[in-house]
Design a protein around this ligand. Sequence first.
Ligand code: 4AD
Ligand code: MG
Length: 452
Amino acid sequence: MGTINSRYKSYCYIENLSQFVGSEVTLRGWVYHKTGKGKLHFIQLRDGTGIVQCVVFKPNVSEEVFERAKSLTQESSLILKGYVREDPRSPVGIEIDVSDLQVIQLTNDYPITPKEHGDSFLMEHRHLWLRSSKQHAIIRVRSAVIKAIRDFFDGNGFKQVDSPILTPNACEGTTTLFETKYFDLGSAYLSQSGQLYAEASAMAHGKVYTFGPTFRAELSKTRKHLTEFWMVEPEMAFFDLDDDMDLAEDLVEYIVQYVLKHCKKELEILERDITKLEKVRRPFYRMTYTEAVDWLNRNNVPIIRKVDGKEIEEPFPWGEDFGAVQEEAIMEQFDKPCIIHRYPAKVKAFYMKRDPQNPELVLAMDMLAPERGGEIIGGSQREDDYNALLERIKEENLPLEAFQWYLDLRKYGSVPHSGFGLGIERTVKWITGARHIREVIPFPRMIYRIYP
Ligand code: 4AD
Ligand code: MG
């Protein structure tokens, strides 16, 4: 193809330096850190792909260049030339002997210094905090997780068919909807999930996945909730719940093994215990909701309720949804993820298929991650019977007009089908061991934060 100017193709990046040992290269980047004494300045240069120590030795450079190096401050931007030298003491095995250096901008008073800063200060400076090495490593793992997901689905015969973000109806309950005015057509809602549209696409393409941002006006101020998060949602015609669970296990195993293979450096920076991740191999654990409730009660994990302002503990009642306390208690015994399946219909969404063995249950499944990762996947076999679905829509007082198209899917060649949604941030939080979900998305949106 007629690329006129592809100068950038010859640019050298820190991650490729080992190919250039013995030669002179040009590096472009920012000062991560600088120290110096007498005739030497040590610049920790970062360029987005890594950090390398660049040594400015007075006899090797002009007076002017040495003075420039001396003036450099944290996060100043620069272009430098230097010789690539192997150095076993360096964490990347390489050092640069600087021969020339040009300052692009001298930075004054960079707010994030090597000293400790409070969480709210860092979040207020998220646009700069992204440059710090742990945050940088987390976002690289995130990128790898997304790559793994795409490879997995594309390699297994799935087509990516995206769902709309502006929608006329709710998918996951009406209490967490973001509403916006939509011209003369009334209200539109930011999508809570691409699933309903993915179902239509699955009837056209067989196996599909949607991948995009999803929105929940969640009132939860936890370490696991965002109001805007990314979800990948496969949907498969002719898959039942067992097929769905098998696929979920395959996907999560693939993601974790991919990250272990491709993000060694990042996991090291994050001080992640990778022996825990190495265990994430199929088969995972599985139990039914009812077995999980029995386990909680056998192990005296109560539910805590507030009655008249006082907290009281009770045995866990069959029929309630699990909270973080129950999920974490159940997962403490496991060294890899566990799928809990067949939940009470009343705690789950309207579109899930009733269990033919027990009409109180739906063919739902949640995958919980170990190490307090929480729920990373929620999925189900879908109700494929027209009348049963119509009944559920009415029971939930959902606006029938908005779901007419969805009911159509049960009218024209309805088939058993299933799917699930994997939360990208929950998954990255678990894999990286990040303390809080806000650190695993570049610009988190939470009830109390929309800046920057
Ligand atoms: O369990 P959820 O609500 O399921 C659905 O939305 C289905 N429609 C998916 C499907 O079957 N296609 O959400 C799926 C996943 C959760 O398991 C969790 O990983 C993530 O999305 N998630 C959140 N992540 C961050 N912040 C929140 N507020 C989240 N809510 C759900
Ligand atoms: Mg869920």
